[in-house]
Design a binder for this molecule. Structure first.
Ligand code: TRP
Ligand code: ZN
Length: 879
């Protein structure tokens, strides 16, 4: 474990390396406890005229076993080697360096570098894992052409994979064999990959637009091949889509994907050899939910799209991470929007952004999309870099229009192919193609914090003008107290009483083009003339900018927009706002010992949306979903009492369900799946609506029987998991809930990925008893502290997804938090640090919980010898 040294890396300190490594030859002689790695590096001084500088290579926990320069052993005086550094004091300008290291994949529990997962050798090198394999210039701006030779026992390890194209393989004495791979595309070390083991394969092929045939392979555990069919289909659709939407073709003869069980993140885009968390590959109707199918499609696409945005053009340094991640998320969002329903996809994206990025941006871990400093880069694979990074690219397209956006992308690809680029390079391509000045827009990359827009509206019937007063403010965030004014593109509509957008004669006070108001100043008074009737104003349609809105508006306007706005996102938003406001009021009343009193108009609206056949089922499901407890807490902002919020939410669900009981029951009955299962968006939407109605109906008397029947008759995992959730969250003590849990366990006890759902559903159960349930579940035979998916489903769900259970008033959840995270850190600091973000919003809690949470954080902070990963998160959280 790399312990914290307190070292801070700063963007302004960037300078190119003194040496280049144009060629890298690696040889691996694989064995679990002692793998011999021989690296033969062709090294060249960047500036041959410069006087010689020492060569400093990165390492992490390495032991040097041999070193030769141009084939000759070096003397002790020529170099110095420590586990984390190799220095050649006085190297020539051009030479070959041969390094031998001996590593132990079986002892690698951090899952960075070369490790073993279920007996399979595999690697994870992003961001700084390559230095756990051999000494190297382990930084993304050092691009090298790799040739990799792998040797292992033939019977035990029949499959030998690396990046690029296969060039040679053969048998050796003593039952051993080897394979050689060559990747012609220069790449940074973080994209290196090796997989070796005994796996099954699903093969297919894809012919690119220019006629190149590509062999596709998805490698999974023997017997699981049928579960990779959906992933293969998603891969072929991704390859086709990137040709059509971005003009990007694949470039090697093979494209391989390997699914492994132990993986710190979702998946990794290694050149020609993507490695996936098996959760994002394996699926069939019996074991995977519709959300799983959608995630598989999105992540397969994401990693594939990295081939151009990330691999062919990579990042100059890790501060530029959003250059590849934000852009690639934008690309996978667009792909999913085209494959499914654009409106539904957009709503889902915004829900995710608000659930993950907004609290990050509004708390102690806030940072710009392109950070300026970090202590541990692993902690910057965040919702801000990924999700907000994608929103920034989306705004760029809104501002430029689709055509100029595409021209800018084309220029970016053409200009920087084969290079390690920066955000400035990216923006310059769009400035050059469009002729626009994007310097104010660039602040979206540089300033942290969620901008807020305060809006008031006034209609002058006599003058026939409608005026919007809009003021922007960006709140202070850690180490950025003063903010500059941003360029915020706000898509809007003025909705008339017939539900149509009103035409207006002229708009003054801001540049308004194509239904978008461009805010650039602190205040704009935007006056529309020729507006005869008072419109309902629909703002931030399609969520055109990642901001919060404080709009002074009549309550009935929201109800009206929820039924009539022509923009589906805004219609969803209006209903969501109606519910959020009702829930905030209800939770205040509960804290005052009063009963919530909801307006019947909410129940009517819910009924009208539920039965509106003109709306997609998936949309109706999203619209009817009440804001989550964390969403409500975020709107309230501070002094949070999770129990009051929970009670308010349950009361609203019962109120809507009681008023619509027969209607909901009727729609529910009509939505039952007929015919064979299909994971397509329309079928998934039907299931989503039916399961959402189940959630309402299960809150009524008799709900336990309905949920229990739903569970027993389920023919797919989506329905089964929804019913199990309803039973265990609303009827924990009922015999039917206990029976369903044990039936599920009996059926799926051997299937780790399905058991993750069983753990997660129980970890999310509301109430004070869940702390003990989680402790009990941690001792379950299907649980393992060594597997990140298990940790995320049990502890991740509990710490980040259970408001009443984790934030139990006596602080027992926080004690479990500290103990668990310190235990996990010893094996896997990266996953421990991520789990530790579960307390990032501790300052919004009411004072008693706040103090108990602080104590738990301090108890971690005062532990000796913390990892860089964990101490970075905890210290920033407490600062
Ligand atoms: N680049 C990966 C992605 O596509 C992220 C990733 C996978 C990662 N594994 C990792 C990042 C391990 C850090 C550590 O998003
Ligand atoms: Zn990515």
């Amino acid at each position: 474990m790399r312990t914290d040294t307190g070292q801070v890396f700063r963007l302004e300190d960037y300078r190119p390396s003194d040496y280049l490594i144009p060629q890298t030859d690696l040889s691996f002689i694989l064995s679990p406890d002692s793998t011999l790695v021989t690296a033969t590096l062709t090294i060249r001084r960047r500036d041959p005229g410069a006087r010689n500088a020492p060569l400093v290579l990165d390492g992490d926990g390495l032991q040097l076993r041999g070193i030769r320069l141009d084939g000759k052993p070096l003397s002790q005086d020529d170099y110095s080697a420590t586990p984390d550094k190799l220095v050649l004091h006085n190297p020539p300008a051009d030479f070959t360096l041969t390094l031998e290291t001996d590593i132990a994949p079986s002892k690698n529990t951090a899952l960075m570098g070369l490790y073993r997962s279920n007996g399979v050798y595999c690697t994870q090198c992003e961001a700084e894992g390559f230095r756990r394999i051999t000494y190297f210039l382990d930084r993304p701006d050092v691009l090298s052409v790799y040739t990799v030779r792998i040797q292992a026992d033939r019977a035990e390890v029949p499959l030998l994979l690396s990046n690029g194209n296969p060039v040679e393989k053969g048998d050796l004495a003593d039952g051993r064999h080897f394979a050689v791979w060559h990747d012609p595309f220069p790449k940074p070390s973080y994209l290196f990959a090796l997989v070796a083991g005994d796996l099954g394969v699903v093969s297919d092929s894809f012919t690119t637009a220019s006629g190149r045939a590509v062999d596709l392979g998805i490698y999974v555990e023997h017997g699981k091949e049928p579960l990779a069919a959906y992933a293969m289909d998603a891969l072929k659709r991704s390859m086709k889509w990137d040709e059509e939407a971005f003009g990007r073709e694949y470039d090697l003869d093979v494209f391989n994907i390997v699914a492994v069980s132990d993986f710190n993140m979702g998946a990794m885009e290694n050149k020609g050899l993507n490695i996936f968390n098996d959760k994002y590959v394996l699926a069939d109707e019996d074991t995977a939910s519709d959300t799983d199918f959608a995630n598989i499609e999105a992540i397969i696409a994401h990693e594939y799209f990295h081939n151009w945005t990330g691999n062919r053009i990579t990042c100059r340094d890790w501060f530029q991470l959003c250059l590849k991640e934000g852009l690639t998320v934008f690309r996978d969002h667009e792909f999913s929007a085209d494959q499914r329903s654009r409106a539904v996809k957009r709503i889902a994206e915004v829900r995710t952004l608000r659930a993950h990025q907004f609290p990050e941006d509004q708390g102690p871990l806030a940072h710009p999309v392109r950070p300026r400093r970090y202590r541990e880069i692993n902690n910057f694979y965040t919702a801000t870099v990924y999700e907000k990074g994608s929103e920034v690219v989306r705004m760029l397209r809104t501002i430029l229009g689709a055509d100029d956006f595409r021209k800018g992308m084309d220029l970016y690809f053409e200009r920087h192919d084969g290079e390690a680029a920066t955000i400035e390079d990216f923006l310059k391509a769009f400035e050059d193609t469009s002729g626009r000045d994007l310097s104010q827009f660039a602040l979206w990359y540089h300033q942290a914090g969620t901008p807020n827009l305060t809006v008031t509206a006034e209609h002058d019937a006599e003058a026939e003008t409608f005026t919007l007063q809009i003021e922007q403010s960006v709140p202070p965030t850690p180490s950025e107290s003063r903010k500059r004014l941003m360029h915020i593109p706000v898509q809007f509509g003025l909705v008339g009483s017939d539900g149509r957008d009103l035409a207006y004669a002229e708009a003054e006070g801001a540049s308004v083009e194509g239904g978008v108001i461009h805010l650039r100043k602190r205040r704009h008074s935007v006056r529309f003339s020729g507006v005869r009737e008072r419109p309902a104003v629909s703002l931030n349609r399609g969520f055109s900018a990642p901001v919060t809105l404080s709009v002074e508006q009549r309550a009935e306007d929201q109800f009206f927009l929820a039924r009539h706005d022509s923009d589906a996102f805004s219609r969803w938003q209006a209903f969501n706002t109606v519910m959020t406001e009702a829930l905030m009021a209800a939770s205040r009343r509960i804290l005052d010992d009063r009963e919530p009193d909801f307006s019947p108009a909410i129940a009517e609206l819910a009924g009208a949306v539920a039965e509106d056949k003109g709306l997609e089922e998936a949309f109706r499901a999203l619209a009817l979903t009440p804001p989550g407890e964390a969403d409500i807490a975020r709107e309230i902002g501070g002094n949070i009492d999770p129990d009051a919020i929970f009670a308010a939410r349950e009361a609203l669900i019962r109120f809507i369900a009681e008023a619509n009981r027969d209607l909901f029951a009727g729609i529910y009955a009509n939505l039952k799946d007929g015919g064979p299962f299909s994971p397509d968006a329309a079928s998934a939407g039907r299931r989503a609506l039916r399961n959402l109605l189940l959630d309402y109906l299960s809150a009524l008397p008799g709900g336990v029987d309905l949920a229990s029947r739903h569970f027993a008759s389920a023919t797919n995992m989506t329905d089964r998991a929804a019913a199990l959730t309803g039973l265990t969250h609303r009827h924990q003590a009922a015999a039917q809930a206990i029976e369903a849990l044990s039936a599920f366990e009996k059926t799926y006890g051997k299937d780790a990925l399905v058991m993750d759902k069983w753990f997660a559903i129980q970890a999310a159960a509301p109430g004070a008893g869940t702390v003990d349930a989680v402790k009990r579940l941690a001792a379950h035979p299907s649980f393992s502290l060594a597997n990140p998916n298990r940790l995320r489903s049990l502890f991740g769900t509990f710490f980040s997804g259970n408001q009443t259970g984790f934030h139990r008033a006596d602080g027992a959840g926080y004690v479990l938090f500290a103990d668990t995270i310190l235990g996990i850190e010893k094996r896997n600091p990266q996953v421990a640090a991520r789990l530790a973000t579960g307390l990032r919003s501790w300052r919004s809690l009411e004072p008693k919980r706040q103090e108990l949470a602080r104590k738990a954080l301090v108890s971690i902070a005062s532990t000796k010898g913390l990892s860089a990963d964990l101490s970075d998160i905890i210290e920033r959280t407490l600062a």
